[in-house]
Design a protein around this ligand. Structure first.
Ligand SMILES: C[C@](O)(CO)[C@H](O)COP(=O)(O)OP(=O)(O)OC[C@H]1O[C@@H](n2ccc(N)nc2=O)[C@H](O)[C@@H]1O
Ligand SMILES: Nc1ncnc2c1ncn2[C@@H]1O[C@H](COP(=O)(O)OP(=O)(O)OP(=O)(O)O)[C@@H](O)[C@H]1O
Length: 293
């Protein structure tokens, strides 16, 4: 096998609770996430040049291509697992549809897809768990994308607790097309200092997150202080019939769930007319697109 194509999905955070700031500077958190039908497409081909190449189409990604999470993931896989001594440089085409710096995990999903592709193309020697461990070195959100479509993440986001498939739901997304930096949003929090929690401290909190604590995001106040329009869009989604609306991750994307497709279409059009930016209608995924052959 010398090539493969993958769908690299976005995620939304259904709740996000910050428990405190750790001595290593990261925040200890609990977050329930689900993958959605918005995603980028990626094609990986063996390169005939002795270097990795990335071609991005669709939405532009800022920064030096060498620092792109896709190329970083490929280099890390080569360093940690190798390709069994075979020549192993890759040409990647990335068609970017997920807004960048949006709280939708686009870069993390692309990194997970690259690790998944490298494993597939090198003979599948890694388990999902092995790939998650490699992925955690690239970013807190990467392991989630290598697991089930619906999960709770704890620690700094890298410890994954799979959940039952999320019931299929229609959602409207809205994004102002203004990126928000994740580290800037975390930097604006004022929370107590704590040590990392052990699994036995975390597990009881996960069941209460899933059963009682629906629909809160502790990063919203920081993001809203920078972009007050986030609150207006949340309120508009609820006024147009959304069961509940929330900012995803570190923002600024806002989503709302709708039972009626007609209501979702109406709400999405309303947001576009009223607030500009980008909006679309998507579905939650019941299973991960990364499946073993
Ligand atoms: C907001 C979320 O998307 C929720 O799912 C994630 O927590 C962010 O995950 P991510 O983008 O993969 O974040 P990373 O690349 O690991 O970290 C980016 C920066 O965010 C801050 N950060 C991130 C995760 C975390 N638990 N605490 C933090 O304080 C740190 O300043 C870090 O330097
Ligand atoms: N393949 C990639 N796609 C998008 N951004 C990337 C990629 N590789 C590196 N980046 C860098 O990561 C930054 C954050 O982009 P990303 O779209 O992943 O943010 P995000 O959705 O807020 O992530 P998260 O929800 O994980 O915090 C970008 O500004 C860009 O500099």
């Amino acid at each position: 096998m010398t090539s493969c194509s993958l769908f690299s999905p976005a995620k939304i955070n259904l709740s996000l609770r910050i428990l405190g700031k750790r001595p290593d500077g990261y925040h200890e958190l609990l977050t329930e996430m689900v993958m959605i039908s918005l995603g980028d497409t990626m094609v990986f081909r063996l390169s005939d040049e002795p270097r990795d190449l990335l071609a991005v189409s669709g939405r532009p990604v800022d920064g030096n291509p060498d620092d792109n999470l896709v190329l970083r993931a490929i280099r890390l896989f080569r360093e940690m697992r190798g390709f069994g001594g075979k020549p192993s440089y890759w040409k990647v085409e990335l068609e970017k549809k997920i807004p960048v710096g949006a709280g939708l995990g686009g870069g993390s999903s692309n990194a997970a897809a690259a690790l998944w592709a490298m494993n597939l193309l090198s003979g599948n020697s890694c388990s999902r768990q092995d790939l998650m461990e490699i992925g955690a070195k690239l970013g807190s959100d990467v392991p989630f994308f290598l697991g089930e479509a619906h999960a709770v993440a704890s620690g700094r986001g890298e410890k994954i607790h799979p959940c039952d498939p999320f019931p299929g739901k229609t959602l409207v997304l809205w994004n102002p097309l203004v990126p928000l930096s994740t580290s800037r949003i975390y930097g604006g929090l004022s929370v107590p200092r704590i040590n990392s929690l052990t699994d036995s401290e975390t597990l009881p909190r996960i069941s209460s997150l899933l059963s009682e604590d629906k629909g809160g995001n502790d990063l919203e106040p920081v993001a809203m202080s920078i972009l007050p329009i986030i609150r207006k869009v949340k309120d508009a989604l609820t006024a147009k019939g959304s069961e509940f609306s929330l900012m995803s991750g570190s923002g600024p994307t806002v989503f709302g769930f709708f039972d009626e497709p007609g209501q979702a279409t109406f709400a999405s059009r309303f947001l576009e007319e009223q607030f500009g930016g980008w909006t679309g209608i998507f579905e939650t995924l019941s299973s991960s697109p990364f499946v073993s052959p």
